[in-house]
Design a protein around this ligand. Structure first.
Ligand code: COA
Length: 501
């Protein structure tokens, strides 16, 4: 029976094409998957073929796709490619879906990742028709063994009318036992979530679904999508260097303990460079309470610098996947995957005192941060978990190179063109130029510090000039702005291809 040890479930095995027939035009479909990990591999492909054929006949077949935060090309991108998506939530990051969203062909809901499960169980997003969930096996009594991400799987299984399972035998069986499945109750029946340390186990190792809801099971044997990390560039290393110096400083002044506090690290090259820097430094017994485990974090666990990591998913390069699989016995009891409602839960983040480190598109003089919208209107990826962590962390840090597009634009601007994280949620900004600790500073002092510490020298004089003139002419002196000019840098870039005058 391979990975399916329940006879009743084994009787439901069918082909991906037959399983995809259970998905109808207009359905809301919740699929597993977070970054490139743990998504269904076969049913979405079969579905996109079917939709492609239907749409070629002019039948107008599209679905609403809800995931954890899946970014695998064979999922949302394959469906967007055949005009099979009406609505997508909550995250995307590949060129095909990005184009579909920014051309207005696909509606996209950019949501805090911890908010989705409660919203779905409240019913505000409508009824979930189908769940398509990758698992790695089914026990004799019908329990479902989760795969390389947990995401929203528990909620999809609880809420969907019909369930399709993909049992992926390519994923290591030894993942069994690394998950902690726990669902928050609906108010007014909630109690405190009993996580006091990143390693606390509060739930079960398996997912559960009433067998009568399972309409089809498909066996697969395909790997996750490997994340592509560029080798650390000098800018990322400089950003990492400033951040590590700051952490050492905070320890020296007893504002952080020697083992720091649980780390949350966003995805990307800068985050990887920070994690690599931590491995070379003098920190020990680090922990993380984060959303994804990427290569840098695996390396910290492997070297022993980090003792435990809690997340909802892996996000690994091909080398990282090979490393995880080869040494899974070593990682097994030091990594825990939780539902994203819990990995990103504000209550737990606040209690543990996480140190949040996330990338951004741009920040303004007062510390407002745009993580999502290029020039205020084009979606890049989505807010992901950055908001869950930024507002509730002990220290909330945002990182970016000081310029983008070959130096044509400044990532420090007079006013951000879209706000994801307000000045109230941003404690520290870091660029390759330096680090601005904004805590305890009034808006005008923040502006001065951001210009001198974070802005690129090419843009510093113009930012200073804006601040000086705004301070003189602004109606209010608390957060001085020249409203007719505040977004002129973006307008100039759109008109001329550069923010420089
Ligand atoms: N204005 C316009 N475009 C900008 C820009 C700016 N100020 N800053 C960066 N960009 C562009 C880059 O040029 C690049 O464009 P390209 O893809 O056409 O080359 C793109 O945005 C990504 O920039 P990059 O420097 O490669 O950033 P990154 O990989 O470090 O990602 C974010 C930065 C903000 C996109 C990323 O951190 C993100 O998606 N954040 C939101 C989600 C999140 O924080 N999740 C964390 C919880 S896991």
């Amino acid at each position: 029976m391979g990975r399916i040890h329940s006879r009743a479930m084994a009787a439901k095995v069918t082909s991906a094409e037959a399983a995809a027939e259970y998905i109808h035009p207009g359905d809301r479909v919740g699929m597993s998957g977070f970054t490139g990990a743990g998504h269904p591999k076969a049913v979405p492909q079969a579905l996109s073929r079917r939709i492609g054929e239907a749409n070629a006949r002019g039948e107008g077949f599209a679905i609403s796709l809800w995931t954890g935060a899946a970014t695998a090309p064979e999922l949302a991108a394959a469906l967007a490619d055949v005009d099979g998506l009406d609505l997508l939530l909550p995250f995307q990051s590949d060129p095909v879906t990005r184009r579909a969203v920014n051309s207005g062909r696909v509606d996209f809901l950019d949501l805090h990742l911890s908010h989705i499960a409660p919203m779905v169980s409240q019913g505000v997003l409508g009824n979930l028709d189908v769940a398509v969930i990758e698992i790695i096996g089914i026990t004799e009594d019908g329990a479902l063994i989760p795969s390389t991400s947990l995401g929203n799987n528990k909620t999809w299984l609880d809420e969907a009318d019909r369930v399709i399972l993909e049992v992926n035998s390519r994923q290591p069986e030894r993942l069994y036992g690394m998950h902690d499945v726990f669902g928050d109750a609906k108010p007014p029946h909630r109690s405190p979530i009993p996580i006091a340390h990143a390693s606390d186990r509060i739930g079960t190792t398996t997912l559960h679904c009433p067998p009568e809801k399972v309409v089809a099971i498909v066996e697969t044997d395909q790997p996750d999508v490997a994340a592509a990390f560029k080798p650390a560039d000098p800018q990322s290393e400089m950003i990492a260097g400033h951040l590590l110096e700051f952490l050492h400083h905070e320890v020296k002044y007893h504002r952080l303990p020697p083992a720091l506090l649980p780390l949350q690290s966003g995805v990307g090259n800068v985050a990887n460079a920070v994690l690599a820097g931590l491995d070379e430094g003098s920190f020990h017994q680090l922990t993380s309470y984060t959303e994804i485990i990427q290569d840098g974090m695996l390396a910290l666990l492997r070297s022993g610098t980090m003792s435990f990591a809690s997340a909802t998913s892996f996000c690994l390069s091909a080398a990282g996947i090979a490393e995880l699989e080869t040494n899974l016995a070593d990682y097994h009891d030091r990594i825990m995957l939780r539902p994203q409602e819990i990995s990103n839960h504000p209550e737990v983040i606040r209690r543990l005192g996480c140190l949040a480190m996330n990338g951004m598109i741009e920040a303004d003089l007062y510390g407002n941060v745009n993580s999502t919208h290029v020039m205020g209107s084009s979606m890049q990826n989505g807010i992901g978990g950055s908001g869950d962590f930024a507002r509730h962390s002990y220290i909330s840090m945002f990182l970016t190179p000081s310029t983008a597009k070959g130096g044509a634009l400044s990532c420090i601007v007079p006013m951000v063109s879209h706000v994801d994280h307000t000045e109230h949620d941003v404690h520290v900004l870091v660029t390759e130029q330096g680090l601005a600790d904004l805590r305890g500073l009034s808006p005008r002092r923040r502006a001065q510090k951001i210009i001198s510490q974070c802005a690129h020298p090419d843009f510093r004089p113009a930012l200073q000039d804006y601040l000086d003139r705004a301070s003189a002419a602004s109606a209010g002196k608390h957060t001085p702005h020249l409203l007719s000019e505040a977004l002129s840098w973006h307008a100039r870039y759109l008109d001329t291809g550069t923010m420089s005058v």
